[in-house]
Design a binder for this molecule. Structure first.
Ligand code: ADP
Ligand code: MG
Length: 477
């Protein structure tokens, strides 16, 4: 891949978390027995007419505001194609007048990825092809479930601003976090409520012009997204370096064999014969309504990261994991109560992967204060923290029940001297070693002391003693 750059633009569909469908009162709910969440509109029966769901428009506007889009007057259009899971013979979507125009999404590291548009449309039903390995042309018969038909979708079309699989995954993860935070969608990729189509092209490094792209469908997880991009970019580079050209295609990701497969070429693509939907009036949200929606928006992940970064005195990237785990309120409150920010973030990263349970900001701050005040070692603090998460309480009382008391420095000195005497070769290597070697050996000595004191000794004190005994810190080469 040397000398080549990958260019990625994503189209993400998310089901909006309304109670009912986009154009009727049928229930919008995942699962259920087939064809139980339906009505004449979802089935496209003759004479049925669509009535726009106000809540869906509100959620679409929330998405637009969260993605810094221009929220604008919009129109619905008919996108014509025939498929059994779309009984009207057309899908109601938005075409040249989407509800949300250009915007951007900020990745945790601060880079901005452009958003081209985010428009409303209805979801289709679901076909199941029986026999012939689930493929339509070999099936004995097909079953259609219309529970999903007419569920409101927001389609978020990203600009081709992404450059690698890792960025694409970060973009989708951030988008999902935003949609969940604003209550627009549950963002569950595994239930299909968030679906990603991925456009990939490659170009020689330094070339401005975009290469011919292929669109990859059927990506069901962040992991497959990364794998599909890497496979597809390599395939395209292999074609180009062997003197061939890229045909613009729609391709299908196959999770089992880890490859993309051609579905159709651009020449075979549908002509959708878009035209304005005559049964719906244009949607013109008033400025008051948009302002009202804006003022009710919760804090976004990006704002939460910068709030925590400010409180902790770190970069927003360092605050990302804490926000992702939903522990930023706890972190900000604990730091506000005087807890050492670095210790707070380290505990969140290493010891609070499953959430904070019964731990409160007060007890967290008190625990961290005991640790920074050397009343508890890092190992002891970890044990007390686990108890606090489990059942709450007072960290000092919990430490006492464990018999955690700061170990006397002179006692640790004795243990260190004894250890040095028993390991003269390791000690010589420590004393004479460069910084790297000394670090390795200090790991050994500290580990031994921790073992013999069952974590009661303070690792920092052990290191200080080792340096003192060696006559100073490591030599600098
Ligand atoms: P279409 O209407 O055929 O889907 P669009 O112009 O709307 O085409 O683009 C769809 C998506 O493809 C967008 O997310 C965009 O970022 C992406 N895209 C467009 N051109 C390229 C390219 N050369 N390489 C990668 N992605 C691209
Ligand atoms: Mg498209």
């Amino acid at each position: 891949m040397e000398g080549w750059e990958t260019v990625i633009g994503l189209e993400v569909h998310a089901e909006l978390a309304t109670a009912t469908k986009l154009f009727s009162g049928a229930r919008n709910e995942f699962g259920g027995d087939p064809n139980t969440h339906i009505d004449p509109v979802s089935l496209g029966l003759p004479g049925s007419l669509p009535v726009l769901n106000e809540k869906a428009v509100e959620l679409a506007i929330r998405v637009g505001l969260a993605l810094n889009c221009r929220v604008q007057p919009s129109e619905f259009a008919r996108k014509n194609y025939f498929y059994p899971d779309m009984p009207k013979g057309f899908q109601i979507s938005q075409y040249d007048q989407p509800i949300n125009g250009e915007g951007w999404l900020e990745l945790p590291d601060g880079r901005r990825i452009g958003i081209e548009r985010a428009h409303l449309e209805e979801d289709t039903g679901k076909s199941t092809h029986v026999g012939g390995g689930g493929r339509i042309h070999e099936a004995n018969y097909s079953l259609v479930d219309y529970n999903r038909a007419g569920v409101p979708l927001i389609e978020i079309v990203g600009m081709p601003d992404l450059r690698c699989a890792e960025d694409a995954r970060a973009y989708v993860a951030e988008l999902r976090a935003i949609l969940v935070a604003i209550g627009a969608s549950d963002g569950k990729m595994e239930e299909g409520s968030m679906r990603v189509d991925c456009n990939v092209s490659v170009r020689p490094v330094g070339v401005e012009e975009l290469g011919t792209r292929c669109e990859v469908k059927n990506i069901n997880s962040l992991r497959s997204l990364g794998r599909a991009i890497e496979y597809e970019a390599r395939r395209q580079v292999d074609l180009l370096t062997s003197g061939r050209r890229i045909e613009q295609q729609t391709r299908h990701w196959n999770e089992e064999d880890g490859r993309t497969h051609k579905l159709r070429s651009k020449e075979e693509a549908f002509d959708y014969r878009y035209f304005p939907e005559p049964d719906l009036v244009p949607v013109v949200p008033s400025q008051e309504w948009i302002d009202e929606i804006r003022s009710a928006m919760p804090m976004l992940p990006r704002e939460r990261r910068s709030r925590l970064a400010g409180a902790a005195g770190v970069q927003t990237g360092a605050a990302a994991l804490t926000v992702e785990r939903g522990l930023d309120d706890l972190a900000v409150d604990s730091i506000g109560r005087g807890a050492d920010a670095a210790r707070v973030l380290v505990h969140i990263e290493n010891n609070l992967a499953d959430g904070h349970g019964a731990l409160t900001a007060d007890s967290f701050a008190a625990l961290v204060a005991m640790e920074t005040g050397r009343d508890l070692t890092a190992t002891q603090a970890k044990t007390v923290l686990a108890d606090l998460v489990e059942s709450g309480g007072d960290p000092a009382a919990i430490a006492a029940t464990h018999g955690f008391e700061a170990m006397d420095t002179s006692l640790i000195e004795e243990l260190v001297d004894d250890l040095i005497a028993r390991h003269p070769d390791d000690w010589a290597a420590f004393v004479d070693g460069d910084e790297k070697e000394r670090k390795k050996k200090s790991g050994f000595f500290v580990g031994q002391i921790m073992k013999s004191t069952r974590g009661q000794a303070d690792g920092r004190v052990v290191n200080q003693i080792l340096d003192r005994r060696a006559g100073g810190p490591a030599r600098q080469d």
